[in-house]
Design a protein around this ligand. Structure first.
Ligand SMILES: Cc1cc2nc3c(=O)[nH]c(=O)nc-3n(C[C@H](O)[C@H](O)[C@H](O)COP(=O)(O)OP(=O)(O)OC[C@H]3O[C@@H](n4cnc5c(N)ncnc54)[C@H](O)[C@@H]3O)c2cc1C
Length: 459
């Protein structure tokens, strides 16, 4: 008889948990997956997917305006928010079904409820105990709210995706990718949108030129930005919320959304009591194989706070399953992970920012090109884009590629392959462009940006 009920119990059926569990199942393991909400997790149900659907939905408004430049006359255009939310929910139900089928197809057992680890080989779900040789923590993260008076009136990205009505006026607090994306959604739908943040520009940690350019583009699109400002109090008015800002201004809005951070889901699930070490922010500490400080317990995805992106959670889940159940040891690779911000216009990026590359490599060659998308040349749309290559001067390797502008995430996905392969600037230069595209700029940039020291010396 088997020593344990299962070979693997996974807690959390999000991106990472589902990938690991279904692969383990395919490799012949007896797997149970515990989920307390709905199979699919953050990305599918409360993150990437619904967010991007709303980005698409909101952007049509601008496209309708752009059509006039091409001779179209469009009258009587209106938007039904409720219809869009219902269509979005239908799509999420479809995806949830696909995820359920994936788990069932791999022979996994789905246990509904909250999983709590009671010893290194036992998980309790709804009062029943199940034993397993290995336990995988894939519980993801949850929005965290700061301690501001009146914070109970604020919503997070979870609720913002399900609002029964579009707020006419909305305040969004934060300047990370989630804040910027939701600000773009509401602003593009026509809501008076305020973005309130502590830094001087949006998207801390991204390349400085991209931050400057996006901050400027958002301004052009009518987004009200409140940099170097924080809410000090949120008050409920008769039919609105009053957001008191640190600079004394008071904003009257219909919804206040916070996107100031997410915390790993490790509270109250028994990890500390069985000896799993957690970081100060609650993330599970893991080694390069995603193993925790307890030999039979692993953790992947957002709960480990390595890189909080779905494809990273998938890669970590895959590496775990291959290593533990397919005799094929793989360490997840966290280098040169490309990513996107679905702001309007969007950003795509891979490799290092100029500042990070300067720290790592010293002297750099920088190529920057600003452009007006061809599609907009016959319209009133004044949106501009920016492309940038960061090149290590000594080796001539392209160590960072960044783009702000239409289709940037789609374009950077391809560029990321070259960057990961160690392509040099010469490799880029000898690649023929596809004309007429914006992407061809990446292989035609020839003028180095003058070194800041030389510019200063010349002045
Ligand atoms: C608004 C938003 C937009 C995003 N956009 C993008 C994007 O565009 N691209 C991108 O790559 N990433 C994006 N992300 C990040 C992405 O969603 C996460 O990186 C990804 O979902 C992490 O997967 P995971 O498996 O670690 O956790 P999750 O997908 O969060 O899954 C964790 C699961 O565990 C369950 N759970 C938690 N605790 C327990 C318990 N004790 N018992 C049982 N079940 C439990 C939860 O209910 C959840 O279903 C976005 C995130 C947000 C919030």
């Amino acid at each position: 008889m088997a020593r344990y009920d299962y070979d693997l119990i996974t807690i959390g059926a999000g991106s990472g948990g589902v990938r690991a569990s279904r692969l383990a199942g395919r490799f012949g393991a007896r797997v149970a997956v515990v989920e307390e909400l709905r199979v699919g997790g953050t990305c599918v149900l409360r993150g990437c997917v619904p967010k991007k659907l709303l980005v698409y939905g909101s952007h049509f408004r601008e496209e309708v305006a752009d059509m006039a430049g091409y001779g179209w006359s469009v009258e009587g255009v209106s938007h039904d928010w409720g219809a869009m939310i219902a269509a979005k929910d239908k799509e999420l139900d479809r995806l949830h079904g696909i995820y359920m089928n994936l788990l069932n197809g791999a022979g996994n057992t789905v246990l509904d409820g909250r999983g709590v680890v009671v010893d290194p080989h036992t998980v309790e779900v709804e009062g029943k105990r199940y034993t397993s040789e290995r336990i995988l923590i894939a519980t993801g993260g949850w929005p965290s709210l700061p301690d501001v008076p009146g914070i109970e009136h604020a919503i997070t990205s979870n609720e913002a995706l399900d609002l029964p009505q579009r707020p006419e006026r909305v305040a969004i607090v934060g300047s990370g990718f989630i804040a910027v994306e939701f600000a773009g959604i509401f602003n593009s739908f026509g809501s008076e949108t305020h973005l309130i943040y502590r830094a001087d520009k949006v998207l801390r940690g991204f390349d400085e030129d991209m931050r400057i350019a996006l901050t400027g583009e958002l301004k052009k699109k009518g987004l009200h930005q409140h940099p170097e400002t924080l809410p000090t109090r949120i008050e409920k008015g008769a039919d609105c919320y009053l957001v008191h800002l640190s600079d004394g201004e008071v904003l009257e809005v219909d919804a206040v959304m916070y996107a100031t951070g997410r915390s790993p889901n490790t509270k109250g699930i028994g990890l500390e009591s069985v000896g799993v070490e957690l970081a100060d922010n609650g993330a599970v500490k893991v080694d390069e194989w995603s193993r925790s400080s307890v030999l039979s317990i692993w953790a992947i995805g957002d709960v480990t706070d390595r890189i909080q992106l779905t494809p990273v959670a998938l890669a970590e889940g895959q590496a775990f399953a291959e290593t533990e159940f397919n005799n094929n040891p793989i360490r997840p690779d966290h280098d040169d992970v490309p990513s996107a911000v679905f702001s309007q216009p969007p950003i795509g990026t891979v490799g290092l920012s100029e500042a990070a590359a300067a720290k790592k490599y010293g002297a750099l060659d920088i190529y920057v090109s600003g452009f007006r998308p061809m599609k907009y040349t016959m319209t009133e749309n004044s949106e501009r884009g920016l492309m940038k290559l960061v090149v290590d001067r000594a080796s001539q390797r392209v160590v960072g590629a960044h783009m702000l502008g239409v289709d940037a995430p789609e374009i950077i996905q391809g560029v990321a392959i070259a960057v990961r392969m160690g392509a040099t600037k010469r490799d880029f230069d000898r690649t023929i462009g596809i004309h007429p595209t914006a992407a061809e700029e990446f292989v035609t940039m020839r003028e180095k940006r003058p070194d800041p020291e030389n510019v200063a010396a010349a002045e």
